[in-house]
Design a protein around this ligand. Structure first.
Ligand code: ADP
Length: 625
């Protein structure tokens, strides 16, 4: 096929524009990204050759080579890994929309100061354009004889051509380095010493030799290739962990917590895991990969192995190196392998134990962790029965007692004399729930209420009917039972009396709201608010129904709720004396207010505003004379 010129897709064009024109600092990280790609390519070839030995050229030894040329101002990064077909080049490097590119472009402002984050978006290759004004990639896929040359100035188009690669299988990336400018912090990427120190800094533990010719034109391996996870945990320095974590995660921060151990006995494996301090930018994206890397006896098998860790621990970065698994495992085998299940169990226990330790010994760090990943960890409560109790103990809640978050254990120690249950309210955000009229009565009693505002919380509390013998009770549900026997008796009397007096009003309200609620009843749940809506105890909460419909999962026809009214509120006394027409209108207004108070939408906001305006006019007229 003849040489062709093609255009990058719109997102990649924008991305390149940012990379070329906006990223000024830490340009050196391009080397980390390209060496990391080279190393991945070698890992892939090694792994595939386990089942297809013919893919490996004779006497193949893995190698990444750096070839600087000071005169020509070029730097080559050469690997003998898996290579790419022409189709793969256009896919990976050229045109297809990748979610990472989109996310990166959207990050624009923040990116300008933090080019080092580029790798997190899965678009590390393009960091080459931070230092080069032309990039040439020459690659040949293992098992084929066709080479591909790809070239671009980063200006919106690239060329692609079929040319056999002199070295056969592998990839050569040639960077035509930009000219120095006075104002740049000058770093010469053709300088041997500079390259050596960058490899030491970012890529020392890359498992394959990175080679560079020294002054005497001899090959020198410039990385130590140490597998730090095989060292005894006490021998690994903080610096080494930091460097390795950054390599694994493309994160720029230090890890919040390091978990490094060797399992012995029935299974033998080494695990090295990190809990990040900050959420990666693509964390909540649908297609973001997660899982631990799997090594078997130091041989890299696969990245992002989901079988090794439950979904709710998807924030953990790290690897497992097993001595027992057979080298020719496949994804399919992994899914049913008993040893893999054992490893996963063991790894899960260790992570939860590390979190427990953090909660106990460094509360403020734990709270930082919780802010980033708490909503993710909580998903384990409904999904992992075996660890439910541990996860319940690790969960932090907002509450009405202070701005600080609390554990359930701590809540229980603060429970008041006579308080029966652990109370909670669910909703969309803290401002809304902390002003909710449902809290009135509990405030009066000085009972603490947990404020649950993460979408996952509805599922969490549904699967947590109690904690250590104490019932978890929604304060928005029917039959909230706060009083002692004596109080109840007295209130029953009062309610009976009120019911007798307010009968006509109740009847009109029931009639008016016939299609909207199951019933209208008197209650002593409220003190300052006239009315609220509650779910019958076996029904899903309003918030749950709202979440399901936001997720596109309708709950069938919405489940009707019960309207509770506060007989002590003066509005009802006034209603007794109002005309039937007024009673109907006021009922509609009260219903709309109750919906607003619980954070629901009202069906006809325009009508509601008109009704309020009308009331204002009437009130003004009434005070005129
Ligand atoms: P990432 O490596 O995070 O996927 P990149 O933009 O750095 O993102 O690379 C895109 C893809 O291009 C890689 O996933 C890989 O499939 C391919 N690739 C990049 N460099 C090489 C290489 N040296 N050898 C083989 N494939 C490569």
């Amino acid at each position: 096929m003849a040489k062709q010129t093609q255009s990058f897709n719109a997102e990649i064009k924008q991305l390149l524009d940012i990379v070329i024109h906006s990223l000024y600092s830490h340009k050196e990280i391009f080397l980390r990204e390209l060496v990391s790609n080279a190393s991945d390519a070698i890992d892939k070839l090694k792994f595939q050759s386990l089942t297809h030995a013919a893919l490996l050229p004779e006497n193949w030894q893995p190698e990444i080579r750096l070839e600087p040329d000071t005169q020509a101002r070029t730097l080559k990064i050469i690997d003998n890994g898996i290579g790419m077909t022409q189709e793969e080049v256009t896919q990976f490097i050229g045109t297809i929309a990748r979610s990472g590119a989109k996310a990166f472009v959207q990050m624009n402002e923040e990116m300008k100061n933090k080019p080092e984050l580029i790798g997190q978006f899965g678009v590390g290759f393009y960091s080459a354009f931070m230092v080069a004004d032309k990039v040439t990639l020459h690659t040949q896929k293992a098992g084929t004889n066709d080479g591909t040359v790809w070239e671009s100035n980063g200006d919106g188009t690239y060329t692609i051509d079929s040319v056999p690669r002199p070295g056969g299988t592998g990839t050569t990336i040639t960077l035509h380095l930009k000219a120095f400018k006075e104002e740049d912090e000058v770093q010469d990427f053709t300088d041997t010493w500079t390259l050596k120190s960058l490899v030491k800094k970012y890529s020392d533990f890359i498992a394959h030799p990175i080679k560079l010719k020294n002054d005497k034109a001899e090959d020198e391996t410039i990385n130590s290739q140490k597998a730090i996870w095989l060292k005894s945990p006490s021998e690994v320095t903080k610096e080494e962990h930091k460097e390795f974590y950054q390599h694994l995660s493309h994160d720029w921060n230090e890890p919040l917590k390091t978990i490094h151990y060797k399992a012995e006995g029935t299974m033998e494996f080494n695990a090295l895991m990190y809990i990040p301090a900050k959420k990666p930018f693509n964390f909540n994206m649908q297609d973001s990969a997660y899982g631990l890397s799997l090594y078997i006896k130091r041989v890299f098998i696969m990245a992002d192995c989901k079988e090794l860790i439950p979904t709710y621990l998807r924030f953990v970065k790290g690897l497992v190196d097993s001595a027992d698994l057979s080298l020719n495992v496949s994804r399919e085998i992994l899914q049913q392998d008993r040893q893999v299940t054992q490893i996963r169990k063991n790894v899960t226990n260790k992570v939860l134990a590390a979190l427990k330790d953090l909660l106990k010994n460094d509360r403020s760090q734990y709270e930082n962790f919780w802010t980033e990943f708490g909503a993710t960890l909580k998903e384990g409560i409904p999904s992992d029965g075996a660890n439910k109790e541990k996860l319940e103990e690790l969960t932090l809640f907002h509450s009405t007692s202070s701005d600080k978050m609390t554990t359930l254990e701590e809540y229980v120690t603060r429970m008041k004399e006579g308080q029966k249950d652990i109370y909670f309210i669910t909703g969309d955000n803290l401002t809304q729930v902390s002003h909710s009229p449902y809290l009135e009565k509990l405030k009066e009693k000085n009972y603490e209420v947990l404020l649950l505002v993460d979408p996952v919380d509805e599922w969490v509390v549904n699967s947590m009917p109690e904690f250590k013998g104490k019932k978890l009770q929604s304060i928005m549900a029917q039959g909230l039972d706060l009083d002692s026997e004596a109080e109840k008796k007295q209130k029953e009397e009062e309610l009976k009396q009120a019911e007798f007096t307010l009968r006509p009003v109740l009847d009109t309200m029931k009639k008016t709201l016939e299609n909207d609620v199951k019933d209208v009843v008197l209650s002593e749940r409220l003190t300052n608010t006239p009315a609220c809506l509650v779910s019958a105890s076996q029904d899903p909460s309003a918030h749950m129904q709202k979440l399901l419909s936001q997720m596109g999962r309708e709950y069938g026809t919405p489940v009707k709720r019960i309207m509770e009214i506060n007989p002590k509120h003066p509005v009802f006394e006034k209603m007794l004396k109002a005309t039937p027409e007024q009673q109907t209108k006021w009922t509609e207004i009260l219903f709309a207010q109750a919906l607003l108070n619980e954070g629901s939408n009202i069906p006809d906001p325009v009508k509601f505003s008109q009704q309020i305006a009308e009331l204002m006019v009437q009130a003004a007229d009434a005070t005129k004379h």
